[in-house]
Write a protein that binds this ligand. Structure first.
Ligand code: ADP
Length: 486
């Protein structure tokens, strides 16, 4: 089975969030099942410089204002997965992250940048690489949405279907919306600018192109698949999604154990496992020392690794940080994003240097260190499609404290008395998205921390959870079989 993943970021070459972790792992997991999975990405400098054994596949005529377009094929280091890279310097060779300039402003020609990504994925399905043609195109988030539209446009115009298509929603809040005026630039049939197409409230949505034209839609947890069919979390797409509910599946993300595994992780201060956990305390003490926090094992260490956005419920943490300190806890945060949140956390760290430490920025190694060193990882998101840090937390014996929503609800089992009694608890879950409910969960975490034997048994159970990609990739293979071309 030949599968082409279409995406804008991929770990370890380029990452801004959980999407990259998934696009870095899923194709590898599919390869292990015998599939021939490849990836296509825009030619951002991190990709062009990061791949190995790069060779030219095809020169592409100018398109969407891109000139001198070259399609390369290479390999991701330490991986069997092949990667196509669209080298189009005037669209992709820019500072900043894949979507915004270095001042955080979205590039004004993003519609062209990501139309080209979708178009080249489609061209691969027409056979522009003599050696390889996908049977399924699997797009990730709005950046890839037009791949599904170009495939369908070809079918619409010729009656011939080139490849099956799957579209995965990693976060419905990012919708790739552009003014109607850009539609003609996309070179799609006029009929596609329609409520049954990629028109969205008199604008163009690349996300909607994926949702409407893909053969099947998946999202990253079963609960989120249900939530997005309702008004509260549907972001305006709930009608479309509930109409397509038989084509929509929630498939939980996995964790790459080659990257996130406390037994083998080369980044953390000392390795440990659920059978020999002493190294975890060493990690905590080392971090406390490095950060100038009071070196105290009796102080539960609460950690956060997150984009600082409204989605992540960080205002709950800001309100309850005094409670954490009053009850004798410590707090360490790594994150970047909203300036107001950044400043609020920085101010608290200045006021309480022995118990609060805040690092603003993006730092993959430090993320591993603090997840290994923490006792509790806080993920109080307002909504959360899947969430990965709570999974990493569990595998590292850092109990997650989460809002019962989306993938958080699907993966963490609360420390209620009955769950403690039957040994199923893996963390702390609060139901209502408010300060009282969050505060109660925090106090449950402190209470359990005082009962060392109970804490250890929950920790060990959390570390034994299986979030491997095996099950997830098998579910995708079944879907690919349903939509593939021959
Ligand atoms: P989202 O994709 O919404 O950001 P996820 O929990 O699905 O949230 O994935 C976040 C990923 O990004 C995790 O791998 C997490 O470790 C990483 N991450 C988030 N913020 C940072 C940061 N400031 N530095 C390093 N890694 C980060």
């Amino acid at each position: 089975m030949k599968i082409l993943h279409v995406c804008s970021e991929l770990y370890p070459l380029l990452k801004t969030g959980g999407l990259a972790d998934v696009t870095g792992s899923l194709p590898q997991a599919l390869t292990k099942l015998g599939a021939d999975a490849r990836v296509i990405v825009p030619g951002f400098p991190a990709f062009l410089n990061g791949v190995i054994s790069k060779k030219l596949i095809s020169k592409i005529p100018d398109k969407f204002s891109a000139t001198d377009i070259n399609l390369y094929y290479g390999h991701i280091p330490n991986s069997e997965v092949g990667i196509y890279i669209i080298d189009a310097k005037n669209l992709y060779d820019r500072p900043g992250n894949p979507y915004q300039d270095d001042k955080g402003v979205a590039y004004p020609d993003n519609h062209r940048r990501f139309a080209l990504l979708g178009y080249l994925a489609f061209l691969l399905a027409t056979g522009i690489d003599d050696c390889w043609k996908p049977q399924v195109i699997h797009g990730h988030d709005w950046h890839s949405g037009l791949a599904c539209a170009y495939l369908r446009a070809h079918e619409f115009c010729t009656g011939f279907k080139l490849a099956g298509s799957i579209f995965t929603i990693h976060n419905l809040a990012y919708q790739g919306i552009f003014p109607q005026s850009i539609f003609t630039e996309l070179e799609l049939p006029d009929e596609f600018y329609d409520i049954n197409g990629l028109e969205f409230y008199a604008q163009v949505s690349f996300l909607k192109a994926g949702l409407f034209f893909a053969d099947k839609i998946t999202t990253v947890s079963p609960t989120y698949a249900i939530e997005i069919q309702g008004e509260e979390q549907g972001c305006g797409f709930n009608g479309l999604l509930s109409n397509r509910k038989y084509d929509l599946r929630g498939i939980l993300n996995g964790v790459d154990k080659n990257v996130w595994n406390p037994e083998t992780d080369k980044i953390i201060s000392q390795n440990y496992s659920n059978k020999a956990i002493a190294g975890k305390l060493f990690c905590k003490t080392t971090l406390q020392e490095q950060l100038g926090l009071a070196i105290r094992n009796d102080a539960p260490l609460f950690v956060v690794v997150s984009r600082l956005t409204e989605q992540k419920g960080l205002h709950l943490i800001l309100s309850e940080l005094p409670t954490i300190m009053k009850l004798g806890g410590q707090f360490v945060l790594l994150g970047s994003g909203d300036e107001v949140l950044e400043n609020a956390f920085k101010d608290l760290a200045k006021l309480h240097p022995k118990s609060v430490s805040v690092k603003i920025g993006y730092d993959e190694n430090y993320a591993h260190q603090i997840i290994a060193s923490g006792d509790v990882i806080l993920v109080p998101s307002r909504f959360e499609p899947c969430g990965l840090t709570q999974l990493y937390g569990m595998l590292y014996g850092t109990l997650p404290l989460v809002h019962k929503v989306g993938g958080l609800a699907d993966t963490v089992i609360d420390c209620t008395l009955e769950n403690l009694a039957d040994n199923s608890a893996t963390g702390f879950v609060f139901e209502k998205f408010n300060i009282e409910s969050f505060n109660a969960a925090l106090r449950r975490a402190f209470a359990l921390y005082d009962k060392k034997a109970n804490w250890k048994s929950v920790q060990k159970h959390a570390m034994r959870q299986d979030f491997s990609w095996v099950n997830t990739s098998q579910q995708f293979m079944l879907l690919y079989e349903q939509v593939r071309s021959l």
